[in-house]
Design a protein around this ligand. Structure first.
Ligand SMILES: Nc1ncnc2c1ncn2[C@@H]1O[C@H](COP(=O)(O)OP(=O)(O)O)[C@@H](O)[C@H]1O
Ligand SMILES: Cc1cn([C@H]2C[C@H](O)[C@@H](COP(=O)(O)OP(=O)(O)O)O2)c(=O)[nH]c1=O
Length: 671
């Protein structure tokens, strides 16, 4: 049954193409019929557009109910044929009132046709899986052809310009549209049967609007949606007239519409996928403001190419605002009636009603303002009514957008620019005060527990020696000390160490090596370091995270931030209280070693030099946490310096609470 489904999809796509073509074709006709009076012209175009949306606002549920009563195949054919007939009569009669009536009637037929399509596509599917896919693809079938319709209209307009005289130009697009409907009707007729599936109920836009948003987030988004719908609606409403003023004609009009639909499609697709660490709500608000700015550019810059690109940007911003916004309220955002929620129905109603208002009001305002020639300081400006009306709409959209941004903002008090910059680098921004407070809190928490000291440095720098000396000294002072090392301090760790350091391990990728060290570390922290710290012990570790940053980051030249992130996750963010860095030229350290070189030790000289520089850079970036020592100095001197520094961070050797216990100790008296 996949065959018939595909055939139906093709037929319906053709019909959808016809539906989208009627928009520019009918508006162009209206513009042509009123070409002598600029004010009337803008209003005629806006009127046609508003009439095309009005049925969706007023009659949407009725269309759905009616569609459910008639045989689907018949309904699709009737809708195609009637639309064809109406469209063909428009250029034949060449009258504005009929053009406007045609817009309304075609839109009513669209209203019968669209729910039929939604119910028919899944019904043609053979099994449940294809049925679900067909249901999901219904939007693509209905809206996708808009992408083809705008450029097709532009091409038809160019052809008409080149071949036909003034009066019949706008007619060609309508004849093409009629032909597309005819092709669709024939294609549907060739399909033998379309089984019925119970139709999904179509919500009433005005009722949704009246019922309200339901949630505060949806109310904020309502403002955002109103703003982008106003911006996009304003452009569409005056695009024909504005393109004419900029010397573009119908082809220019088609290009502007193409810019809008392609931008919109791209924004809907890419919107949720960009700047992933960034707040979706903030992004939705910003996208609205961007759309308003694009509208201002369209209003002010009198150049058709700029206008086309700015319209594309406007569409993209509007799409991104919609996609991110409807994600916030949990709606499907793509008009899928199957999973409709109250907020998403509300948002769609807001979009629809605002667009109708924009279609009707923006040309009216344009007509009221009219065209003027301004002379400011010798320079002459042509002020077109359409441009001025767009500017008014842009200001309104910007105000709505800013209000929406403020209402939606879920990161109040966090400055936008660093937040954006961090998101561009793939991070979530934390303000310095917050980060410092968190770090301080972490430090006090750790202090109340145990202490964690790491020894770092290149090969043969003396880490093992100094860690051992420090542990002996601490134990002498009555501390519970755990000495440990990386890699390989746990059972699993030992096996990882063997893999990592065995010279027979060949071809291990740098990333895999990083992850194996991190895996060893995760096990080490969970099973050795953390339990010891929690019971109040002092942990002395020979190597820790910084080794990975230096060896795998600087040595292997992998992105250091990535390694830091992986290790932060592996260790649950455990950072040493003190890191002792023993600094030594690699040649000197390597020459101290007696055992045969392992896999890492036998790396090149440049590798070890980079590791050394890496350690230095890490220490410089966080001087409070590091004690950097010249490891070529005598052992005794070094261990004394280390002791001085450790003393500063040591807790009271008698654990807190012990004194209380002692004071209540029964006194032993000698009777
Ligand atoms: N400050 C020092 N000066 C000279 N030799 C040292 C010093 N510290 C350690 N050594 C020697 O260098 C070698 C490597 O020391 P070790 O502590 O195992 O280094 P690491 O653990 O950093 O690889 C050992 O033979 C050790 O005795
Ligand atoms: C902990 C760790 C070690 N290494 C390397 C550095 C060393 O060359 C090697 C083993 O550590 P090392 O301390 O040199 O072991 P030993 O002193 O017992 O030979 O592992 C990394 O590359 N990344 C890491 O994260």
């Amino acid at each position: 049954m996949v065959g018939p489904l595909r055939r139906l999809r093709t037929a319906v796509s053709l019909s959808a193409l016809g539906m989208w073509l009627t928009v520019p074709a009918l508006t162009a006709m209206a513009a042509m019929l009123t070409r002598d009076d600029e004010g009337v012209r803008a209003q005629a175009v806006g009127g046609v557009l508003a009439l095309m949306l009005l049925p969706a606002v007023l009659l949407a549920p009725l269309g759905g109910t009616l569609a459910a009563r008639v045989d689907r195949r018949l309904m699709l054919i009737i809708a195609d044929v009637l639309r064809l007939v109406i469209i063909v009569t428009v250029p034949l009669l060449g009258m504005l009132p009929w053009t406007m009536a045609a817009a309304f009637l075609v839109a009513c037929l669209n209203l019968l046709w669209a729910p039929t399509v939604r119910a028919s596509l899944p019904a043609m599917a053979a099994d449940e899986e294809t049925r679900a896919a067909a249901r999901r693809s219904a939007n693509r079938v209905l809206f996708g052809p808009a992408l083809a319709a705008a450029p097709l209209f532009a091409v038809v307009a160019l052809v008409a310009d080149a071949t036909l005289g003034g009066g019949s130009r706008a007619g060609l697009a309508l004849y093409v549209t009629a032909a597309v409907f005819l092709a669709s009707a024939v294609a549907v007729a060739l399909i033998r049967e379309i089984p019925a599936e119970p139709p999904a109920p179509v919500p009433a836009p005005l009722k949704s609007l009246f019922q309200g948003a339901g949630t505060a987030a949806a109310r904020g988004l309502g403002l955002a949606v109103a703003a982008v719908s106003l911006a996009a609606g304003a452009v569409v409403a005056v695009a024909r007239v504005h393109a004419g003023e900029l010397g573009g004609g119908d082809a220019g009009y088609g290009s502007v519409l193409a810019g809008l639909v392609f931008g919109l499609g791209f924004g809907l697709f890419a919107g949720p996928r960009v700047l992933v660490p960034f707040s979706r709500r903030r992004l939705a608000g910003l996208a609205v403001v961007a759309a308003a700015l694009a509208l201002a550019v369209i209003a002010v810059v009198q150049n058709l190419v700029v206008v086309v690109f700015a319209t594309g940007f406007l569409g993209m911003s509007a799409g991104a605002a919609w996609a991110n916004g409807s994600g916030v309220v949990g709606g499907s955002g793509d008009g899928d009636a199957q999973q409709d929620t109250r907020p998403s129905a509300y948002l769609r109603s807001v979009a629809l009603v605002t667009a109708v208002v924009a279609f009707a009001a923006v040309p009216l305002v344009a007509g009221l303002i009219g065209s003027h020639r301004l002379e400011v300081g010798g320079a002459v400006y042509d002020v077109h009514g359409s441009g001025a009306a767009l500017l008014v709409a842009a200001v309104l959209a910007a105000v709505f957008g800013l209000l929406a941004y403020r209402r939606l903002d879920d990161r109040r008090g966090i400055p936008l620019v660093p937040d954006l910059r961090a998101a561009l680098h793939g991070d979530v921004y934390t303000p310095p005060e917050q980060a410092a407070a968190a770090a301080a809190q972490q430090r006090t928490i750790r202090r109340e527990r145990g202490v964690f000291i790491a020894f770092e440095g290149g090969e043969g720098a003396g880490k093992t020696t100094q860690a051992r000396l420090a542990a002996i000294w601490l134990r002498d002072h009555g501390y519970d000390v755990v000495t440990t090392y990386e890699p390989g301090a746990t059972k699993i760790g030992m096996r990882l160490r063997a893999m990592l350091l065995d010279r027979d391990t060949t071809g291990l990728s740098d990333r895999a090596e990083t992850l194996l060290y991190a895996a060893d570390r995760a096990d080490h922290v969970a099973n050795v370091i953390k339990p010891a710290i929690e019971r109040g012990a002092i942990v002395v570790s020979d190597r820790y995270v910084d080794s990975s940053l230096a060896y795998q980051g600087f040595g292997r030249q992998l992105p250091v931030e990535d390694i830091a992130r992986v290790n932060a996750w592996a260790t649950g963010g455990l950072v040493p209280d003190l890191t002792v860095l023993l600094e030594l030229p690699p040649q000197e350290g390597l020459s101290r070693l007696s055992a045969p070189a392992d896999r890492i030790e036998s790396e090149s000289r440049e590798f070890h030099e980079r590791v050394r520089q890496g350690f230095r850079a890490l220490a410089e970036a966080d001087p409070d946490r590091y004690l950097v020592l010249d490891a070529s100095r005598p052992q005794g001197e070094l261990s004394r310096e280390i002791q001085y520094r450790i003393r500063e961070i040591l807790p009271d050797p008698v654990p807190a609470g012990t004194e209380d216990a002692t004071s209540t100790f029964p006194v032993i008296r000698d009777f």
